[in-house]
Design a protein. Structure first.
Length: 128
């Protein structure tokens, strides 16, 4: 008997800019949409492992269609988006010529290795 399920979705990272970004540390000082609820907890932990926090970067609670609008209106510099490839939001950002998809070069031996296993197992676990 199942009482529910936890959907799995990739965590996309889109950004504005002419410079290619490939390290999370390059987001320091930017305005980043980190979502709400459980995803905000996970993204905040990931960013924190790279020295990015509310003291040196603006973390904003945009999600859904408001996230796309904020990105297109220049209210945010980067967005974390947990969604499937075929979602309208992902497709909208992939087709926007002013937005880039960030490809990370870090390996599993870096700060990601220090994240608690609960972060990857269940975003609702609080990453403790």
């Amino acid at each position: 008997m199942s009482l529910g399920r936890i959907p799995y979705a990739p965590l996309w990272l889109f950004y504005h800019g002419t410079k290619t970004l490939d390290r999370l540390t390059q987001l320091e000082g930017k305005r980043i949409a980190v979502g709400i609820a459980a995803i905000r907890v996970v993204v905040t932990k990931i960013l924190g492992a790279h020295g990015i926090n509310p003291d040196n970067t603006t973390l904003l609670p945009f999600s859904g269609p408001a996230l796309v609008k904020a990105m297109k209106d220049g209210e945010v510099d980067a967005v974390f988006l947990p969604s499937q490839l075929d979602s309208r939001i992902v497709q909208s950002l992939l087709r926007d010529l002013t937005v880039k998809l960030m490809s990370l070069t870090q390996s599993g031996r870096g700060p990601y290795a220090n994240l608690p296993s609960s972060c990857s197992a269940s975003p609702t676990a609080g990453c403790d």
